[in-house]
Design a protein around this ligand. Structure first.
Ligand code: DGL
Length: 274
C-alpha cells in the first residue's frame, strides 16, 4: 500500500519544476519531495512526441517506486505523454494542462498560452480550454528562446526583454488578450520582464498553483496527505549537479545538495561532470 509518509515526485527538464515545488511548499508544507531535473536532455520543448514519451517512461520507471504521487512539473511532458503513462504506472500522476486551462477559463475570454514549441504544436491548451468553454478565444505561441535564456540565468539582460517583447506584443496589441497562461514551468521566472510588457489588466495564470491544488485534493481523497514533515527534499539530475545547484539557488533561496542519477538509457552517454 502507498505510504502517506512517502515523498511526492516532481520532474522537469531542468529548473522549471522548481516553480511547482514553490507552489507545493506554500500549499502542502508537510510534504517532502523527490525532484528530478533531466538536465542532460534539456530542452524538452524542441523534441518529438516519441522522444518525450520515452524520457517520461524512463523517469517514471525510476521515480514511481519511491513516491506516493507524481506531479509532472513539465508542460511539454504533460501535453505529449501524460495520458499514455497515467495508465502504465501505479501511482496518481498529475499534469499541468487541465488545471491550468480550467483556471484560465474561470478568469478570461481572450486567452493566450505561451509555451515550448512542442506544447504549442500539440494544441493541448487550446483543446483543454475549448472543452471547458467553447465560447472563448485561444492563442498558443511557441517561444523556443525562453528556456535556454532562463537556464543560462540571462533574465535581466536587455536582449531577453527584446525576445520576450517579440512574442508578447502581438498578443497584447493585436489579439487584445485578457489572460496569459504560463504554458511552461520555466516562464514564471520571466515575471519581472513580463511586468514591463503586459498591461496591468492582463491576468496571469500559473498552472503550477492549480496542479498543486488538484494534488492536495487527491491526497485527501486517497488518505495520503502527510500532516507532519517526515524528511527533507531530495534533488536529483541527469546532468551536472553543480550547475543545477548554482541555477536553483536564487530560486530556492538556499543552495540544494544535488545528486547525479544515471537513468538506464543514459548509461552509455558521456555527461560532462565538473
Ligand atoms: N519546463 C518544461 C515545460 O514546462 C520544459 C521546458 C523545456 O525543456 O523545453 O514545458
Amino acid at each position: 500500500m502507498t505510504n502517506p509518509k512517502g515523498r511526492i515526485g516532481i520532474f522537469d527538464s531542468g529548473v522549471g519544476g522548481l516553480t511547482v515545488l514553490k507552489a507545493l511548499r506554500q500549499q502542502l508544507p508537510n510534504e517532502s519531495v523527490l525532484y528530478f531535473g533531466d538536465t542532460a536532455r534539456l530542452p524538452y520543448g524542441t523534441k518529438s512526441r516519441e522522444q518525450i514519451l520515452q524520457y517520461v517512461r524512463e523517469i517514471l520507471s525510476w521515480m514511481v517506486p519511491q513516491v506516493k504521487m507524481v506531479m509532472m512539473a513539465c508542460n511539454t511532458s504533460s501535453a505529449l505523454a501524460l495520458e499514455v503513462v497515467q495508465s502504465e504506472f501505479d501511482v496518481p500522476i498529475l499534469g499541468l494542462i487541465l488545471p491550468g486551462a480550467r483556471a484560465a477559463v474561470r478568469q478570461g475570454r481572450r486567452i493566450a498560452a505561451i509555451a515550448t514549441p512542442a506544447t504549442a504544436a500539440s494544441h493541448a491548451y487550446r483543446n483543454a480550454i475549448l472543452e471547458t468553454n467553447p465560447q472563448v478565444q485561444v492563442w498558443e505561441v511557441g517561444c523556443p528562446e525562453f528556456v535556454p535564456l532562463i537556464e543560462a540565468q540571462r533574465i535581466h539582460e536587455p536582449a531577453t526583454v527584446r525576445v520576450v517583447d517579440k512574442y508578447l506584443q502581438p498578443l497584447v496589441s493585436e489579439c487584445r488578450i485578457d489572460t496569459l497562461i504560463y504554458g511552461c514551468t520555466h516562464y514564471p521566472y520571466l515575471e519581472p520582464v513580463l511586468q514591463k510588457i503586459l498591461p496591468p489588466q492582463v491576468r496571469i495564470i500559473d498552472p503550477a498553483v492549480h496542479v498543486v491544488a488538484a494534488g492536495a485534493k487527491e491526497l485527501d481523497l486517497l488518505g495520503l496527505r502527510s500532516f507532519q514533515r517526515q524528511m527533507g527534499d531530495r534533488f536529483t539530475v541527469s546532468g551536472c549537479p553543480q550547475q543545477f545547484a548554482r541555477t536553483a539557488t536564487p530560486w530556492l533561496g538556499y543552495q540544494p545538495e544535488v545528486e547525479w542519477i544515471q537513468l538506464p538509457s543514459l548509461e552509455n552517454s558521456s555527461i560532462l561532470l565538473e
